[in-house]
Design a protein around this ligand. Structure first.
Ligand code: NAD
Length: 488
């Protein structure tokens, strides 16, 4: 079982239904980004241990897929119930290692339980097809079958929910899984495994293994027993995973970065636009793939909008995420803060103006960044083209909708977008011409369990959630059945 040494939790790998010590001598310290305190030690699994986890998933898969789907769904519902029973402790674990506000961590925990229930409910609903044949006395059946062993490689920003986003559709459709959490936020995943171990889920169906991207992540992307790798993270890592998967033609599902444009028309409800864009930019301390990262505002309302947005961003209470009154907490690590500082410095050198914010706050860890609004930026600047992952909003202006759409589409990312207008014709033109996987009209960016979260261009391949997300975890088997009608 996981242990405590000198007040610090030491986690064990979860392979084939058992917690086990890693044979590795390497451990990684996990820190609280709000305080800098070390809160746990996690093993960096060896190659042999990753292979063991994959083998155990592979061995368990046949029996698991032979269970009726509704039986698999019951196991998922047991896990969802365990999550709800442990809501507060799980939320605190997430906040402690990721810096997420405790209120949002509670939302994440409950959303995760709901997500697992939602996917379990597909058990009686997903189906195959019977297709017309060109021949007499023939039936063509299209069966939907599991892919086999699915690996899930996770980032740190919604670490708990993303376990479910990979695991739940995979398990209900008869696959088994090996999950690798981010080394920044592994504790919640080990707590998740503990809850799984308290249910009757058959051994080997769910495995959890921690460690580096170069050893654990690489093996989970390239081992010939893996049928599909489901990855969420950055574009560079996604590229590496796709290359590693190519050697064994492993299916990839990649949920990558974003640079979501928000378009504010001159007829927009500016109060609504400011509230929604601010909300979208500061949620999870500015670290969400689908949230507003650049704003295009109509020149007729630009001055008023920028004043309102800057006031709103300035009045954001920064503090320890565990305290209920805090509105924004720390960024995940020093590299993230330095990336934002570099983007802002380059923009300032190119003539940009910081309207509010622009600096890290004085704090024990130095990881708190002020909510920031930047103007006088140009479309070609890195701050407008690269993912920021912090509470920083560059604002540009436009003359008409055609120009706004052109600027919004001018990005290597294509995850989400939003537009604020009260004119139906404008909204529908934007729907037709915006080249993104999602568009939010007059609301903040946040996807639904039953939608489909899938990026265009470098934002990814494949997608998650809803019916289409479930089907990612299935492959087809077409059977041609010829029979002799006259035979007695
Ligand atoms: P990251 O790409 O640095 O790491 C993600 C995971 O990949 C980690 O577990 C890491 O250990 C692993 N990894 C690293 N190298 C690897 C390799 N060579 N092979 C296999 N695995 C490897 O991403 P991050 O910093 O943890 O997360 C932030 C990124 O995630 C942002 O770009 C964000 O936009 C993206 N994200 C996207 C979505 C989405 O739904 N599209 C959701 C959340 C986060």
């Amino acid at each position: 079982m996981n242990s405590i040494k000198e007040g610090i939790k030491v986690y064990q790998l979860y392979i084939n239904g058992e917690f086990q010590d890693s044979t590795s001598s390497k451990f990684k310290a996990v820190t609280n980004p709000a305080t800098g305190d070390v809160i746990s030690q996690i093993p960096e699994a060896t190659l042999t241990e990753v292979k063991l986890a994959i083998d155990s998933a592979d061995k368990a898969q046949k029996a698991w897929s032979s269970l009726p789907a509704i039986e698999r769904a019951k196991h998922l519902k047991d896990i969802a119930n365990k999550i709800r029973e442990n809501e507060e402790q799980l939320a605190r674990t997430i906040t402690e290692e990721q810096g997420k506000l405790i209120s949002l961590a509670r939302v994440e925990v409950n959303f995760t339980a709901d997500y697992i229930d939602y996917m379990a409910e597909w058990a009686r609903r997903y189906d195959g097809e019977v297709v017309q044949s060109d021949r007499p006395n023939e039936h063509i059946f299209v069966f939907k079958k599991p892919i086999g062993v699915v690996s899930g490689i996770l980032p740190w920003n919604f670490p708990f929910f993303l376990i479910a986003r990979k695991m739940a559709p995979a398990l209900v459709t008869g696959n088994t899984v090996v999950i690798k959490p981010s080394t920044e936020t592994p504790n919640n995943a080990f707590e998740f495994a503990k809850l799984v171990s308290e249910t009757n889920l058959p051994k080997g169906v769910f495995n959890l293994i921690s460690g580096s991207g170069s050893v654990v992540g690489h093996e989970l992307s390239s081992n010939s027993k893996i049928g599909m790798v489901s990855f969420t993270g950055g574009v560079d890592t996604g590229t590496r995973i796709m290359k590693a998967a190519a050697d064994n033609i492993i299916k990839v599902s990649l949920e990558l970065g974003g640079k979501a444009p928000a378009i504010v028309m001159d007829d927009a409800d500016l109060e609504l636009a400011v509230t929604s864009i601010k909300q979208s930019r500061i949620i999870n301390n500015g670290q969400v793939c689908n949230c507003a990262e650049r704003v295009y505002v109509h020149e007729k309302v630009a001055d008023k909008f920028i004043n309102m947005l800057s006031e709103a961003m300035k009045n954001t209470k920064s503090g320890n995420p565990i305290e209920a009154s805090t509105e924004i907490g720390p960024l995940i690590n020093e590299a993230s803060v330095q990336h934002i500082e570099k983007l802002l410095d380059d923009a300032k050198n190119g003539g940009a103006t910081i309207i509010t914010g622009g600096k890290r706050e004085d704090s024990k860890t130095g990881l708190y960044f002020q909510p920031t609004v930047v103007t006088n930026v140009t479309q070609d600047m890195d701050i407008v083209q690269q993912e920021i992952f912090g509470p920083v909003l560059p604002v540009l202006t436009f003359k008409d909708l055609d120009e706004a759409i052109l600027l919004a589409n001018d990005s290597e990312f294509g995850l989400t977008s939003s537009i604020y207008t009260q004119n139906l014709d404008i909204a529908m033109k934007a729907c037709k011409e915006l080249q993104f996987g999602e568009t939010y009209i007059n609301r903040e960016n946040f996807e639904a369990i039953q939608g489909f979260h899938a990026g265009w261009r470098k934002s990814g391949i494949g997608g998650a959630d809803g019916k289409h997300g479930l089907e990612e975890y299935l492959q087809t088997h077409v059977v041609y059945l010829q029979y002799n009608q006259d035979k007695k």
